[in-house]
Design a protein around this ligand. Structure first.
Ligand SMILES: [Zn+2]
Ligand SMILES: [Zn+2]
Length: 803
């Protein structure tokens, strides 16, 4: 059945956090146990009805399993452990990758969700550890596992324990006690940690870890597609420091990387480690048929900024779809972007069920992260057994919980990359069962483009992970940290990239490093590793402090603090909503308070850009496409309050200082002769093209639209022409603008299509309006943007790639 659309989304009611989850689900009746509905058959009704919201639907072929034999070198205890866990025979990709690693070839496994990538690195590392124990006169063998989150490392530790191999496993993170740390240093053979702990703890205190480093045989970098942008550059520098420390203790570990399906995994893995890496990306795990649907919410009756048409929220559509599937008994996981959104989807689904099948209300829940391990286990088990049929979750679930083998997955809002989308889709279906995967667009240019261009999502190669390991603003602090670990010598420099020599020179000039005959030394009393802040950039981060409790909630990059946590800002942190009471720039503190406010804020900002150097360019006829270094100057001068539809409620001035940022940019310039008789408003056309271009850049680079910024001007002082710039929002650049330069033709063609194909008249959030515009989306000329891009692209080569 298809339920009537709900006109308005409830905004002010959020159910209280639940407790006793584990108990509740274990008592729920298991009525559907053993019965698995066919999700494709259920969904076929919507396909047959030719619902205009379903912009695309296709069924992907099943993939057969390819099994293989256990390699001869696998330790019998390890093999027995896997067999006891149900892995009777490994799949082909698992043994191929494990064989390479065993023979000391660095390898990256890049296959889908639930394809058992962990077997590929656990086999060689556990076998080597057990084998080395038996050998006389050896110092033993150790393995290091690095995950982007603590939760993932803990799950791995648990999985390793379940194998019952007797290998001494320990997690090492911010929660470890002093006793645990000491035991880990003295005895652990398999240490699970994260990049932050490597950077702040293991590497700076390497002398205390000498036993572990000297015996290090394998380094596992799990979920390595997470290391993108500036964070990716930091992790790349940490891996180089790790290799240098290992070398000092006589160890040359083999690197095994695991990644979601990404393009060119060997290149990403090689940039991350600085080593040649072989890719294993043929997935031999079985999969049933997958029905992939793309869904566009209809336009609503409400008007947004400048009267723009606004689409029904993707959350409301997700709730409708989830309700339909739950009624059919299809076990469905819905991914929603925010915690608040997940709660609303769950609540709305329950309301819809109340009207038709009230007995199903208890079988739908929201997952917001932050649960205790036993609650997570109960939830996994309830979903697996079918006691729970529908779950609305934030992305927090993506890394923290082991749920796969569902009947259907709904993704509300593009998760940033095709790799992430397919990873979420991969939660549906296991072995030979059919599965349904639905993507529901949000009201923005990229999502709208994707639901109308299925070729860019289905069957298109996933994107490469983008980061720049040579960013001098990242390499510099890590050279200081490396010098503090062991003084740097000339021979170390090539490890840190082609510019390391020049960067060390600058560090000496600025007094951070001291040159002595034996090398470069860190002589300061402070900790060198504090210079590099892995998860942020551009000066001291601003701390978020909760007014009521004084508790520190987290930090915000200095680079974005003025526009996101100014006084009066509504700020979303880990999917909770806060109101900023005060931004204290002297102490780098923002005082915040939890709020149920149902409005949003957007900063008004003046932005100036100056070209420092043009590094590369291409000519498209008279249009010049450039990549280079720019100086961006920002000043936040006020903010707007808006209701959820985007309607402006009020404007408030702010008094904040100017800030500037040296970074990488891609830009194009159009000479006057090409736009002499241009029939549209030029500034509005360039501004609209800039907004849509920022929205579409994630199509070719693994960035978020919030990672980048733009400037458009009719006469730029440095070029003397109409110019549109898109720049990396991080000091020194993060690789996104560079990727935009390389893929400029595909990127700007997609941008033109996104604007042209949008069904609005004069611009809306699905095409040329931007939620982060510092000018309140004015001036904007939608038709002019298409005409301007036609001029820009007239002589651009037509790339074969659709994305
Ligand atoms: Zn539009
Ligand atoms: Zn703007």
């Amino acid at each position: 059945m298809i339920l009537p659309k709900i006109a308005q989304w409830p905004l002010n009611h959020v159910p209280p956090a639940r407790s006793g989850l584990a108990e509740k689900w274990s008592q729920a009746p298991d009525r559907l146990a053993g019965v698995r509905p066919d999700p494709l058959m259920q969904f076929q009704r919507l396909v047959d009805a030719a619902d205009p919201r379903l912009t695309h639907y296709e069924v992907l072929d099943p993939r057969p399993a390819v099994e293989s034999e256990w390699p001869g070198w696998v330790h019998p205890v390890v093999r027995e452990g896997f067999v006891s866990q149900g892995v009777v025979r490994p799949w082909g990709h698992q043994t191929r990758a494990a064989d390479l690693a065993w023979n000391r070839t660095h390898v990256v496994v890049s296959t889908g969700t639930a394809s058992g990538k962990s077997v590929a690195y656990q086999l060689p590392s556990l076998s080597r550890i057990l084998q080395a124990r038996g050998a006389r006169g050896q110092r033993g063998a150790t393995a290091l596992y690095v995950a982007p989150t603590k939760a993932l490392a803990h799950d791995q530790a648990q999985a390793l324990g379940a194998l019952g191999t007797g290998v001494r496993v320990a997690t090492h993170d911010g929660d470890s006690t002093a006793e645990e740390r000491e035991w880990t240093r003295e005895h652990a053979e398999y240490v699970l940690t994260n990049p932050d702990m490597l950077h702040h703890s293991l590497l700076p205190r390497h002398q205390r870890w000498s036993r572990f480093f000297a015996a290090l045989e394998f380094v596992v970098i799990d979920e390595c597609h997470h290391y993108r942008g500036v964070f990716g550059a930091h992790v790349a520098a940490i891996m180089r420091r790790l290799r240098r420390i290992c070398a000092a203790y006589g160890a040359t570990p083999t690197f095994i990387l695991a990644s979601a399906t990404i393009a060119e995994p060997e290149i990403t893995a090689s940039r991350l480690t600085g080593l040649p890496v072989v890719a294993e990306s043929v997935d031999n795990s079985p999969r049933g048929r997958v029905g992939v649907g793309l869904w566009e919410p209809p336009l609503s009756a409400y008007g947004g900024e400048h009267g723009a048409p606004v689409r029904r929220s993707s959350g409301a559509e997700v709730a409708d779809l989830l309700t339909d599937l739950v009624i059919d008994g299809v076990r469905t996981l819905a991914f929603v972007r925010s915690r608040h959104g997940a709660e609303l989807v769950s609540l709305q689904t329950k309301r819809l069920l109340h009207e038709v099948s009230p007995e199903l209300i208890e079988r739908v829940a929201a997952y917001r992260g932050g649960y205790l391990p036993e609650e997570r286990r109960a939830l996994e088990e309830a979903l697996r057994s079918g006691r729970l049929i529908g779950l609305a979750a934030t992305n927090a679930l993506e890394l923290g919980i082991d749920i796969s083998g569902l009947d259907a997955v709904i993704v509300g809002g593009f998760p940033g990359t095709r790799a992430a989308l397919w990873q979420q889709f991969g939660r549906a279906g296991r072995n030979h069962t059919d599965a349904l995967a639905l993507f529901v667009a949000r009201d923005d240019p990229l999502d709208t483009y994707l639901v109308h261009h299925p070729e860019a999502l289905v069957g298109a190669p996933v994107e490469a992970v983008v980061f720049d390991p040579d960013n001098p603003y990242v390499v510099g602090p890590h050279l200081c940290a490396a010098a503090a670990e062991i003084p740097l010598t000339q021979a170390d420099l090539p490890l840190f990239g082609p510019d390391a020599g020049a960067i060390v020179g600058d560090l000496v000039d600025s007094g951070l490093l001291r040159r002595r005959p034996t090398g470069w030394f860190w002589t300061d009393r402070s900790r060198a590793s504090d210079l590099a802040d892995l998860r942020s950039t551009g000066g001291a981060p601003v701390r978020l402090v909760e007014a009521e409790t004084g508790r520190m909630l987290g930090t915000v990059d200095a680079s974005s603090a003025h526009s996101t946590v100014h006084q009066g800002a509504i700020y979303l942190h880990q999917a909770e909503t806060y109101l900023v009471e005060e931004l204290d720039l002297d102490d780098d503190v923002a005082v915040v308070r939890r709020t149920e406010a149902d409005y949003t804020t957007s900063a008004r900002e003046l932005v100036d850009i100056a070209i420092i150097t043009e590094r590369e360019h291409r000519m498209w006829g008279h249009v010049r496409l450039s990549f280079g270094v720019v100086q961006v100057t920002h000043q936040v001068v006020g903010y707007l309050t808006k209701d959820r539809s985007g309607k402006v409620l009020g404007e408030h001035p702010l008094d904040l200082p100017e800030r500037s940022l040296q970074t990488a940019a891609v830009w194009w310039t159009v000479p006057d002769l090409l736009i002499a008789d241009f029939p549209h408003d030029l500034p509005g056309s360039a501004h609209a093209a800039e907004h849509a271009g920022i929205g579409l850049l994630p199509l070719v680079a693994t960035c978020d639209r919030w990672d980048i910024g733009g400037v458009s001007t009719q006469h730029h002082p440095d070029t003397g022409m109409l110019s549109v710039f898109v720049y990396d929002g991080h000091r020194g650049g993060a690789g996104f603008a560079e990727r935009g330069f390389v893929e400029a033709e595909a990127w700007w063609r997609a941008t033109r299509s996104a604007i042209d194909e949008c069904e609005c008249e004069t611009g809306c959030p699905s095409c040329v309006q931007s939620p982060k515009c510092g000018n309140g989306n004015s001036p904007i000329d939608k038709a002019g943007a298409v005409a301007l891009l036609d001029i820009v692209l007239h002589h651009a080569p037509t790339g074969a790639s659709g994305a």
